[in-house]
Design a protein around this ligand. Structure first.
Ligand SMILES: [Zn+2]
Length: 412
């Protein structure tokens, strides 16, 4: 017997979850540890219990639902927190689909070789600290970063945790017992335009890109905008602008990656003063570790050359460096086979966005399934996916879970 998810229940649960944090201005905002996120977690716990799974919340606020005996579980999940004015699918799809899969298995009772567990990780979006929940679960949090973490409004993490009955000391002990996770699967929207453009319903993720962030400063000289001749100026903004354009051109022609100058602070910042200093926020991403390193080298070289030509000072401060993460070849093979068995077209691809799967990957066999995002939109109210693709993705997730949990019905 082939098990099938219930697409109506899946859709109804997606729509119910979307009510939490819905804003009249459009979009959904469930900041982790905020009121809407807490209410959504309570809703999820009630759903898990109604599905007759064992529900629990850990010290990081992660919500778990378990089926089967003790021992290493096949884990499936994602996150339900959102960015401000976000959409109803990012993260939520992976959690609601995980619930649907476990509920279907609970009802149909196929014989399983291993237990199954679902999870909604806290603060994937990094309102306080990116991947806080999944990092807590694998024991990858540091005390110092917890002490410094605060949200956009300046609320310290400790205060937000306290409002939820949690605390930092406990959080550091939230780690699941080592080897408690047998494998990890995550269904997610692509958040980009490639699957829709190729008219392919399923993406199988090979690698989650590496991400580097730099604070770059061009130092010039502030001076009178009316009396200082162009030829003798040390205009920091012109250097920063030229840098941004040259870096973009280099990355386009040499890599498959992306580079973004997301912010520029222009000082002093007036109509009538030559810009004396510009600080810019630079981020770049690549799926290949070697390419990420050569991007860094080229970017720093371009910055130094532009500064030299324009008589400016140049400083580059590395803020963060996360290596690309390869997902499990064994899980990729399982997803491929199950997609073939369902007659679903798929494409192997890299993820340009970060996901909890990259935190789990060093600890266990981790895999990700993507479904198309309409017009590639995400992190905005227009984020959307076809229900047909959602059902196909959830069914594929179920079939992969059955395989990984060693179910006899997976072979039927
Ligand atoms: Zn997400």
């Amino acid at each position: 017997m082939r098990l099938a998810i219930d697409p109506f229940r899946l859709r109804k649960n997606m729509e119910e979850l979307a009510e939490f944090g819905w804003e009249s201005t459009g979009g959904i905002w469930r900041e982790s540890f905020g009121a809407a996120d807490q209410a959504a977690k309570q809703w999820l716990i009630a759903k898990i219990e109604a599905a007759r799974l064992h529900a629990r919340q850990d010290a990081a606020g992660n919500v778990w639902g378990r089926l089967g005996p003790a021992g290493p579980a096949v884990l499936v999940g994602s996150h339900i927190d959102t960015v401000p004015a976000g959409g109803m699918f990012d993260g939520a799809l992976g959690v609601v689909a995980a619930l649907e899969c476990l509920q279907t298995i609970r009802e149909q009772k196929p014989a399983l070789g291993h237990p199954l567990e679902m999870v909604a990780f806290s603060d994937e979006e990094g309102a306080f600290l990116s991947f806080l929940g999944s990092r807590a679960a694998v024991g990858a949090l540091r005390r110092e970063e917890l002490a410094e973490a605060q949200n956009m409004q300046g609320v310290p993490l400790a205060q937000a945790l306290a409002a939820c009955g949690l605390n930092v000391a406990e959080l550091l002990r939230a780690r699941s017992t080592p080897h408690a996770i047998r494998a990890y699967l995550e269904l997610h929207i692509e958040q980009g335009p490639r699957l829709e453009a190729a008219q392919i319903p399923i993406g199988i993720v090979r690698t989650i890109v590496g991400i580097a962030a730099y604070r770059i400063t061009f130092q010039g000289e502030a001076n009178h905008a009316g009396t200082t001749p162009l030829a003798v100026r040390k205009d920091a903004l012109l250097g920063a602008a030229e840098f941004a354009l040259q870096v973009d051109a280099w990355v386009r022609s040499h890599t498959l990656g992306v580079v973004t100058v997301g912010n520029m602070d222009v000082l002093p910042g007036a109509f009538n003063i030559v810009p004396g200093e510009v600080r810019l926020a630079l981020e770049f991403r690549e799926a290949s570790s070697a390419q990420l390193a050569s991007m860094e080298q080229a970017i720093l070289q371009i910055g130094a050359e532009v500064a030299h030509q324009r008589n400016l000072g140049f400083r580059a401060q590395k803020l963060s460096w996360d290596e690309p993460v390869a997902l499990s070849p064994a899980i990729i093979a399982v997803i491929r086979q199950e997609a073939d068995a369902l007659g679903l077209k798929f494409q192997l691809m890299d993820s340009g966005a970060g996901h909890d799967a990259q935190i789990l990957a060093p600890q266990t066999e981790a895999g990700m399934i993507f479904i198309p995002s309409l017009q590639g939109k995400s992190h905005c109210p227009q984020e959307n996916s076809r229900w047909e693709h959602i059902e196909q993705g959830a069914q594929l997730l179920l079939n992969c879970l059955l395989r990984l949990a060693g179910s006899e019905s997976a072979k039927a």
